[in-house]
Every structure is written in C-alpha cells, then in structure tokens.
Design a binder for this molecule. Structure first.
Ligand code: NAD
Length: 482
C-alpha cells in the first residue's frame, strides 16, 4: 500500500516501532475490492505485556511528571497534526474499512476535535472542597488510573480512539490501544502523529492483533488499571469478566437498536434527512444507527413514502468513489446482513437503494433496505443488524410509542420528532437511553456531549467532561489541623 508514512507491520511500544514478538502477521484487505493492501502485526500476549510495561514506565517517567497544562499542549499539537493529515488519514481509512471518503474525512476531523477538546480540558478538571467538622479541611483530588487499556471496533476507528485515548491521555493515563484487526491502520498513523507532536515515549502504545489473542491478553493483564471497551455485547461481557479477575474498572460502549419516534405534528421535511441518514451512514455499521423508525399511525404511510423515495436515490459503491454508502467491512458482515434480509417477506421491502454499475466482484456490497410491516417483537426489530436496514413501525399513541421504543435489550440513543413541548419533556424522561435528541438525531456528533448506554448498550460515559471523570479516580484528603 502506497502513502503510508509509518510502519504498518510493526507494533508501537515505548515510542519505538518494533517487530512483533509474536513474529506473526495478518493481511489487510480492501472491502471495496477484496484486494490485499498490506500486512499488520498479529500481536500476542508477549506484545501486550511489553506495551503495558512501556506504559508503566511512562507513568513513572516523563509522562507521569508532566503538568496538566503541558499534557493539554501536547494533545492540542496532536490535534493540529491530525488536521494537517486529514486527507491522508481519510484515504487510509477509506481503503482499510470501505468508508466513503467524505465520511472518512469527517472521522479524521472528529479525531482532531477530540484532541483539541481534551487538550483544552486537561487542566480544567478540579476536585471539591467539602464542608466538614470543625478542625478539618477536606478536599478531593482527581488522579489518573495509571495504565488504561483501550479495545476499539472497526466501524469508527478514529472517532473512538479520539474519544477514548484522548480523554485518558488528558487525565495523565498511559494507554495501551488494541485496535480492531479489520481496522488498524489509522490507529498506527495516529500513534506516529502523536509521537511527532511530542507525546512522550510509552504514553501511547498500539498493538494490533486478534481479539481472542491481543484483546483477551489486554483485558486480563494485571498491570492494566482501567479498561475502555467499545464493541459487541458478547465481547464486552468477556472483557468485563476478565477485568473482574483484577478488580479493574471497565467502561463498556456496546451496541444498540435505536429508535426515532415521529409524531403526527412533526416537521417531516426537517426530519426526513435525519431519519434516513441515521440508518444508512457508514452503511448502517453504527452503534447509534436509527434502525427503528416509529411513526404515529395517521402519518405512517406518508413517512414510508418519503423515506422510500429517498432510499431509491441512494447509491452504493467503492469507498474512493465517495457515494452515499461504501461496502460493508467484510464478507462475513455481508453474510450476516444478507441473512437478516432473508427474514423479510418480499412484501415487507418498501424500498432499496442501488448498487453502482461495474462493482468489483470481491467487494462486500449490499443494497440499503427499508422494511415495513415488521412487528415490534420480530427479530428484525429487536436485534442489532449492523447493516443498512431500517424498519418502520406504526404506533397508536404516546404510551405505545414509549413501550415500543423501550422494548429492546438496548438503550443507546433515541430521537423524538414533535412540536409539542410538553411531550418533548415527558419523552426525554420516559425514554431509556443514554442520549435523547429532540427534533434532531445525533446533534452532529458533538465531542462535548456525554455518550453511552443503558441495558445491553453498556455502562459508563465517554465524550465530554464525563469521560475525564471516568478516566480518573477520586481521592479524598481529610486534614485534621484543629
Ligand atoms: P467486537 O466485539 O467483535 O470487537 C470489538 C473489539 O474487541 C475488537 O478490537 C476485537 O478485536 C476485540 N475483541 C474481540 N474478541 C475479544 C476478546 N475475546 N477479548 C478482548 N477483545 C476482543 O465488535 P465489532 O464487530 O468490532 O464491532 C461491532 C460492535 O461494536 C457492534 O455491536 C456495535 O454496536 C458496537 N459499537 C458500539 C459503539 C458504542 O459506542 N456504543 C461504537 C461502535 C461500535
């Protein structure tokens, strides 16, 4: 693969590119074509062990002694370098994970924004002074956990690295990052840019590898003081169980089956782009995808017609062609999405997008699909598909809308479309989710906005200032001075 300015086959530990101790490699393929791009390291437990040791050394050395202001400056410089490399990072991501170029560039911009935000926030995390008995002065300190482990998925590598590693570094932790085996290249590029920006050796270590090898080794490592995991429910449970052996705290950002609720008084023209984009962005491979559109009965058919008309204009093709959708991440993901599509009867398919002409036969393409006539308890309305597929479900009244919205195992994000202010307030409280959006969906992704789930969508919060609290531990100091 051309244009890589770092060492894709190496692990990055202690500030140095190294041949993996495992001596093993994985092949990176382009999901747009099926062609091999390059090799990456298949790091193992020995590589993770070296990374954790390098992180501990960094905590005991230059990184651990930096002031919060100095840490903030380094993060800000990393953000600047990421911005300068946004086009290059976007191209790497597009080839590696099949993300259309514009969406990949947006991810690079978001990564830069996380670095800027956490760079600015690093020296603004404060403790409290607590009024207490006479003769005491009591205050709290926010201190880093120490070494934090970060296991991230392949769907938004740059954004998730930004929100997780960015916040952890701001608090002074030293990080060991295990990117998803399908999406390691921008993680490695980020490590290189961070080093160029002056991040001390060992503050960020990156070990590519398989989940069951490098990921499991990181989750179970006794030298890791906190774990941040983003991925599937099943793997999240394994990571939490492994961390429990070391009594290490864990943040879990897992999946979702998020709804948007559309009431009859909604501004449908304003809603339409949000209804569709939130289902098909990144080819539906988004934890907060709005995969269920719940519509008040009188406007159900109208909303279906509007969404169907938009679906028919959607085009799917290679990431570098920058169409509405790229391919799915892998042949395996394509198989999963097609097996869900096979559950729908032909009469339930309201509309589908178009595949571009002349697609490479090795590409992992599926048509975005809008479904109707699906019962709320159907697998298609309950399970996270992680592909470009949305179901439209009618509801009779507010109570039924809430029951359907809350009626899955998940609770990540919800959107509400109504002009009725009192209803907006009632629903904001009644909906079980980590984020509720009123007359929008996603709020443009704001790095400032705490994010995370309830139920099987996980626990803990990333993004915003909340993440800084999550990546720190609180110490209470009580001085008795009379
Ligand atoms: P996954 O759980 O298969 O993999 C996620 C990461 O875990 C990868 O780095 C993988 O290598 C690693 N891993 C796999 N097995 C492991 C093990 N035994 N021990 C430790 N680590 C292991 O998930 P995925 O398929 O990469 O991502 C898709 C899932 O992620 C979806 O469910 C999606 O909703 C979720 N997700 C959630 C968020 C969020 O913020 N809530 C964001 C993006 C993705």
């Amino acid at each position: 693969m051309k244009d890589l300015w770092f060492e894709p086959e190496h692990v990055f530990t202690g500030g140095v590119w190294r041949v993996p101790k495992s001596g093993a490699y994985l092949t990176v393929t382009d999901p747009s074509t099926g062609a091999d791009l390059c090799r990456i390291a298949r790091g193992n437990a020995a590589d993770i062990d070296a990374a954790v040791k390098a992180a501990r050394d960094a905590r005991a050395g230059d990184w651990g002694t930096m002031t919060a202001t100095e840490r903030g400056r380094v993060l800000t410089r990393i953000g600047q370098l990421v911005l300068e490399h946004a086009d290059a990072l976007a191209r790497i991501e597009a080839l590696d994970v099949g993300k259309p170029l514009t969406q990949a560039r947006n991810d690079a911009i978001a990564l830069a924004r996380y670095c800027e935000f956490y760079g600015g926030a690093a020296d603004k995390v404060m403790g409290d002074t607590i009024p207490y008995q006479a003769g005491y002065t009591v205050y709290t300190l926010r201190e880093p956990h120490g070494v934090t482990g970060h296991i991230v998925p392949w769907n938004y590598p740059m954004q998730i690295i930004g929100r997780s590693v960015g916040a952890a570094l701001a608090m002074g932790n030293a990080c060991v990052l295990k990117p998803a085996e399908e999406a390691c290249l921008t993680a490695l590029a980020f490590a290189d840019l961070a080093a160029q920006a002056g991040l001390p050796a060992g503050a960020l270590n990156v070990v590519p590898g398989l989940g069951a090898e490098a990921g499991a080794a990181l989750s179970a490592h006794p030298g890791v003081d906190h774990l941040s995991f983003t991925g599937s429910v099943g793997t999240g449970g394994l990571v939490q169980a492994a961390a429990a052996q070391n009594v290490a705290p864990v943040t879990l950002e897992l999946g979702g089956k998020s709804p948007q609720l559309v009431f009859a008084d909604a501004d449908l023209d304003a809603a339409l782009p949000f209804l569709v984009n939130a289902g098909i962005q990144n080819a539906g491979q988004t934890c907060s995808a709005a995969s269920r559109i719940l519509v008040e009965q009188p406007i159900h058919d109208r909303v279906v017609d509007m969404m169907a008309a938009r679906y028919e204009t959607l085009h799917v093709g290679p990431a570098l062609h920058d169409l509405d959708l790229g391919p799915l991440i892998s042949a395996r993901q394509k198989e999963i999405v097609e097996s869900y599509l096979g559950l729908a009867a032909p009469g339930q398919i309201a509309a589908q997008g178009q595949l571009a002409d002349g697609l490479p036969p090795g590409g992992c393409y599926v048509r975005p699909t809008l479904l109707t006539g699906i019962a709320p308890d159907d697998r298609l309305a309950q399970e996270e598909i992680f592909g470009p597929m949305q179901v439209v479900i009618p509801f009779r009244d507010e109570a039924e809308a809430i029951a359907i919205a809350n009626g899955t195992d998940y609770g990540l994000v919800t959107g509400v479309w109504t002009r009725d202010g009192a209803r907006q307030m009632r629903l904001a409280r009644a909906l079980e989710a980590g984020q509720v959006f009123i007359n929008n969906y996603g709020a443009a992704g704001g790095v400032e906005l705490p994010f995370g789930g309830v139920g099987k969508s996980g626990h803990g919060r990333e993004k915003g200032f909340e993440a800084l609290y999550g990546f720190s531990r609180l110490k209470t100091v009580a001085a008795l001075h009379g």
